[in-house]
Design a protein around this ligand. Structure first.
Ligand SMILES: *[C@@H]1O[C@H](CO)[C@@H](O)[C@H](O)[C@H]1NC(C)=O
Ligand SMILES: *[C@@H]1O[C@H](CO)[C@@H](O)[C@H](O)[C@H]1NC(C)=O
Ligand SMILES: *[C@@H]1O[C@H](CO)[C@@H](O)[C@H](O)[C@H]1NC(C)=O
Length: 363
């Protein structure tokens, strides 16, 4: 009886300790959500020069390593869900101690599901390495809180956001160099199968480290980015068919995977963000949404769409950054990110399922 009472009391104080902590996000993936990890090693995938970050208020417009003019979708989502600080890059020296309670960002420009992805950039953090790093954070949280509070914090208060897959196509499968790409050896079905199996193992690793609330983004319409359109010399209103086709194929398999994991992993919730449809709709309806262009990069060089070279100090930049869907040859602008993030937070099951991010947070 006394033991039982003690047990109940300690459970109450435990959940209290966790409830005083803010909700947080652990962010994994590629340059769409990298907050500066690539600043800390040598790589050809970097966004640490002007004018990247020109509209990022928290840095006063200085580049942070984010591959856009302002906030990423992950930044906006964190703000809207009430988190008072952005998750710091894992590799930043001050992402330690109490700062870990703001969440940690492991994402890396050029990174993918497969280890080989992004070899073209020489260095990048692939998903397996990002999860190894989370395993380090996991131990640090055990020391910072006590281990049972840390576990509760991760299970109940933390969203695991994963935005990955585009580079596995753009900077692996479709790279026509045998030593770098995988195309020659596998047909799309086999390659996609390989991606899904590998991702499944990665998600289960995170689950085994106590992750329970997952947000997984599908692959966007990668045939519509200025880079692909420029390489293939398309008209402004066209997109490259094959990349979009394999993205759709991968996304269908991803959806099935998340349904399977929702059924089989107790107490876990996997939410699918339909970024493919969200971005496609922004591109189709760009005029109605107040944009001037959904095909030109605001910042970049090369071709009619400024879509060949990445954004940097010698690039030309558009006059009004809020009028472009794309910031550079690969990445959406903050204006486009805002539209997409709002849909993920409060949208319906067509774009975010089986629940939206506000509902996931409140579980
Ligand atoms: C870490 O350092 C960066 C760059 O100096 C700064 O912008 C950021 O606010 C710092 N983060 C924390 C949690 O102190
Ligand atoms: C990727 O590399 C990690 C080591 O960093 C290794 O543990 C893992 O097995 C590799 N994955 C594949 C699919 O080769
Ligand atoms: C985390 O690291 C420990 C070693 O410190 C290892 O035993 C464990 O397998 C790792 N967990 C995952 C999911 O990688």
């Amino acid at each position: 009886m006394i033991l039982a009472l003690f047990f109940i009391l300690s459970l109450v104080s435990l959940s209290k300790a966790v409830d005083t902590l803010e909700g947080t996000t652990f962010i994994f993936g590629d340059s769409l959500v990298d907050a500066g990890n690539n600043n800390y090693f040598s790589t050809l995938s970097k966004a640490d020069t002007r004018p990247n970050g020109i509209d990022f208020k928290a840095s006063g417009g200085k580049p942070t390593g984010r591959f856009t003019n302002g906030r990423t979708i992950a930044d906006i989502v964190a703000e809207e869900l009430g988190q008072s600080h952005y998750a710091g890059p894992f590799l930043a020296p001050n992402t330690t101690g109490k700062a870990l309670l703001n969440g940690v960002n492991y994402a890396s420009g050029g990174g993918g599901i497969m280890n080989e992805t992004g070899k073209i950039f020489v260095n990048r953090l692939s998903m397996d390495i990002q999860i190894d790093y989370f395993n380090i954070t996991r131990k640090q949280l055990n020391e910072l809180l006590d281990s049972s509070t840390a576990r509760e914090f991760i299970m109940r208060k933390s969203i695991f956001s994963i935005t990955v897959g585009a580079n596995d196509f753009l900077n692996n499968y479709f790279v026509p160099v045998v030593s770098i790409g995988q195309r020659v050896s596998e047909n799309p079905d086999v390659f996609i199968n390989h991606l899904i199996t590998t991702l499944k193992g990665q998600l289960i690793r995170l689950y085994n480290l106590d992750a329970r609330k997952f947000l997984i983004a599908n692959v966007g319409p990668i045939g519509c980015i200025p880079y692909q359109k420029s390489l293939n010399k398309l008209r402004e209103d066209q997109c490259v068919e094959l990349p979009n086709k394999v993205a759709v194929q991968y996304n269908a398999r991803l959806k099935d995977l998340l349904t399977e994991l929702n059924e089989n992993l107790p107490e876990a919730t996997f939410v699918l963000a339909n970024v493919y449809d969200l971005v496609s709709e922004v591109i189709t309806n760009y005029k109605k949404l107040g944009f001037k262009s959904a095909s030109k990069a605001c910042c970049g060089n090369g071709g009619k769409l400024q879509g060949i070279l990445p954004c940097g100090p010698t690039s030309s930049m558009c006059a009004d950054r809020t009028k472009y869907v794309f910031w550079d040859n690969y990445h959406p602008s903050e204006a486009a990110n805002l539209i997409i993030a709002k849909q993920l937070i409060d949208g319906n099951t067509r774009v975010i399922s089986p629940m939206n991010l506000r509902q996931l947070r409140d579980l």
